[in-house]
Design a protein around this ligand. Structure first.
Ligand code: ZN
Length: 278
């Protein structure tokens, strides 16, 4: 009997508790391309959490629990994952489980063949731009975000969801890394939380693009813009207009493509605006 109790205690220490606060209730969708909210205790100081060598966002939930908000990349296998946690009491490993989610297919026809199979010069340009974007997603600024439940950057119909498996002129390409809003050209795009602008550029696929760093590895990206209102290094407030919707880059019409990234993993933006559909 004593043995069984010991075993149960050990399991309780190792397995993530189900988060009970508002953030846990609203954001915890531990699937590939989703988010795991993991309780870390109620101590005075914020614990530090690391997942796959990246620092993880840690904030206090409404029930005073510290929670780690872990981004789970789309390519993550189902099953057990490990979060490294450091508190004043020492280091421990908390396990959490990634469950299944099905993503649909989308077939798109593009007239501009170079946007399906870029020529070598375009490919070189794309590689350079890709590295700049990966570096922006990898940033960790040790400042807590103003809010983790985000405002919609534009109000409009959600068109292509996150994670769609995409085929351009019949050829499979990377899955859809963000959420699309079908809104007219010129619609103002508002910052969904305070942040610092880290990139303003014009990319081959993404067109005119803005990156905002909200703190602790919580990064958002806005693409296919007609114009931007901000400069790299600029601070922006929640609700401030940062850009205008357009159809620059690989776009079949005006829309906003919005990415949300946590600890270097692109996750479903719908989670953060209360629009997640399992
Ligand atoms: Zn998109």
């Amino acid at each position: 009997m004593f043995r069984v109790i010991l075993m149960l205690c050990a399991m309780a220490l190792q397995t993530a508790a189900h988060a009970q606060g508002d953030i846990g209730r609203l954001l915890n969708h531990p699937v590939p391309g989703g988010v795991a909210v993991i309780e870390l205790g109620k101590g005075l100081a914020a614990p530090e959490a690391v997942y796959l060598n990246n620092r993880v966002l840690v904030v206090r939930d409404s029930d005073r629990q510290w929670v780690a908000i872990v981004g789970i990349a789309l390519k993550t296998p189902l099953g057990k994952q490990a979060l490294q946690v450091q508190t004043a009491q020492g280091k421990r490993v908390v396990a959490f489980s990634v469950g299944p989610r099905t993503y649909r297919e989308q077939h798109i026809t593009l007239k501009n063949k170079n946007q399906v199979n870029p020529d070598p010069a375009q490919l070189k340009r794309f590689e350079r731009e890709y590295l700049a974007q990966m570096s922006a997603y990898g940033r960790y600024r040790d400042v807590p975000p103003s809010n983790v439940l985000l405002d919609e950057p534009v109000h409009g119909r959600l068109s292509s969801p996150f994670g769609l498996r995409r085929f351009f002129n019949g050829e499979e390409r990377s899955p859809h890394s963000g959420l699309d809003f079908a809104v007219p050209k010129g619609t103002p795009v508002k910052a969904p939380a305070d942040g610092i602008v880290t990139i303003v550029d014009d990319y081959f696929f993404n067109g005119k693009t803005v990156f905002v760093d909200h703190g602790q590895g919580f990064i958002t990206m806005y693409c296919h813009l007609s114009a931007s209102k901000v400069k790299p290094g600029q601070s922006v407030k929640r609700g401030e207009v940062i850009a205008y919707v357009g159809s620059t880059g690989r776009a079949t019409g005006p829309h906003l493509h919005w990415n949300v990234s946590l600890n270097g993993a692109r996750v479903d933006p719908a989670i953060f605006i209360g629009a997640f559909r399992p």
